[in-house]
Design a protein. Structure first.
Length: 420
């Protein structure tokens, strides 16, 4: 939930469970769906929970009571995506019936059925101001919908491959779409026009990353390059070359001045955004880099690798200050605590490790998972650590290192990324 007090899970058993984070206890089992629950989402104010199911319905639950207040009927096939508008007044749902429906939360009524796609969608997202809804499809099209009117204003055509990402800029003025056709398109939201086709990559383009100020767009690709595009013009200002294999990770520093990239060539590269120059090639890992994260203050960069180590790099110098050893297998995810004092890491060796950033010491090793872990995240207040591995999520108390609860997750969700 937005306040971090509740965790909602959906299951193939057709139920939804509400867990209290502070105790790890299941407080409510929400029953009503008759088939697999594929999507769950809290409203921005945390008062409502919307769930979508293979029974072709959406249910709107009151979080405080756990009661189902509305059953939204209209779709004719699986409901596999549910999202609230930023102001919480609207609910958009996507279905395998090739439609998107816009529901008014206050009444539970379907105000618009957005018809226009001809096959299943791949992505769905509101603009930051909630005025626009973008949907992407496997058939290489994107549609831009005006939420207030429930009207499809534009069908955006041009890509020749499946749409892999739909991303609004921080100010909501631009829409960036990445595709299997190796191109990115920049669309102007106000007009729905494609202002630029960003060409240069020769392989798939994964989700593009906007800089914090929205001025730059960074893209990584299977062609082993990163491209830095100026959003205002759509021009590729720099092609960042140096990697010799796919680029797996791309991250902007919090101040937007630096870009860190890592991938299959076993190197980490730190690029200066203003010049596009590679400030440092950071070497030391002996296998591919699977995780990259900046500390909240932007002073440190942490990387995790298949070589079972974590490295702490000082951004200002590019020097590796610490090699954190202890894991016995791949390090799959790294996360800084909100205050930047701790680094949590998880790996295929079935352990969670908590490191003190100032010293590089491993202060706690948490065990309990029975299969390799793929994701780790801190709670916003830094008091809790959540890890996912196999079919379970574990909640750990950071101050004591104790696992206070094991939350069982159905097998279909194995591998879920809980970061964020």
């Amino acid at each position: 939930s937005p306040d971090g007090q509740w965790l909602a899970t959906g299951s193939r058993d057709a139920t939804v469970r509400l867990w209290q984070i502070s105790t790890g206890e299941c407080r409510k089992i929400l029953e009503g769906h008759t088939n697999w629950v594929r999507s769950v989402v809290f409203s921005p104010d945390g008062q409502w929970l919307a769930t979508g199911s293979d029974d072709a319905t959406i249910r709107l639950w009151q979080v405080s009571t756990g009661e189902c207040r509305k059953t939204l009927i209209g779709h004719t096939d699986w409901v596999n995506s549910v999202v609230f508008s930023p102001d919480g007044q609207w609910l958009a749902t996507g279905s395998r019936d090739a439609t998107v429906r816009l529901w008014q939360i206050s009444t539970g009524e379907c105000r618009k059925t957005l018809i226009g796609h001809t096959n299943s969608f791949t992505s769905l997202g509101f603009s930051p101001n909630g005025q626009w809804l973008a949907t992407g499809r496997k058939n290489a099209t994107i549609q831009l919908w005006q939420v207030s009117k429930g009207k499809c204003c534009k069908t955006l055509k041009g890509h020749a491959g499946s749409i892999r990402s739909v991303t609004f800029s921080p100010d909501g003025q631009w829409l960036a779409t990445g595709s299997g056709d190796a191109t990115i398109r920049l669309w102007q939201v106000s007009t729905g026009e494609c202002r630029k086709i960003l060409k240069g990559h020769t392989n798939w383009v994964r989700p593009a990353v906007f800089s914090p100020d929205g001025q730059w767009l960074a893209t990584g690709s299977g062609d082993a390059t990163i491209r830095l595009w100026r959003v205002s013009t759509g021009e590729c200002c720099k092609t960042l070359k140096g990697h010799t294999n796919w680029v797996r990770a791309v991250a902007f520093s919090p101040d937007g001045q630096w870009l860190a990239t890592g991938g299959g060539d076993v190197t980490l590269r730190l690029w200066q955004v203003s010049t596009g120059e590679c400030y440092k090639t950071l070497t030391g890992h002996t296998s591919s880099i699977r995780a990259v994260a900046f500390s909240p203050d932007g002073q440190w960069l942490a990387t995790g690798s298949v070589d079972a180590t974590i490295r702490l790099w000082q951004v200002s110098t590019g020097e590796c200050h610490k090699i954190l050893m202890g894991h016995g297998n791949w390090v799959n995810s790294v996360a800084f605590s909100p205050d930047g004092q701790w680094l949590a890491t998880v790996g295929s060796d079935i352990t969670v490790r908590l490191w003190r950033v100032s010293t590089g010491e491993c202060c706690q090793t948490f065990t309990g998972h029975t299969s390799g872990m793929n994701s780790v995240t801190f709670s916003p207040d830094g008091q809790w650590l959540a890890t996912s591995g196999g079919a379970t999520i574990r909640l750990w108390q950071v101050s004591t290192g104790e696992c206070l609860k094991v939350l069982q997750i159905p097998r279909p969700y194995e591998g879920t990324d809980i970061t964020g």
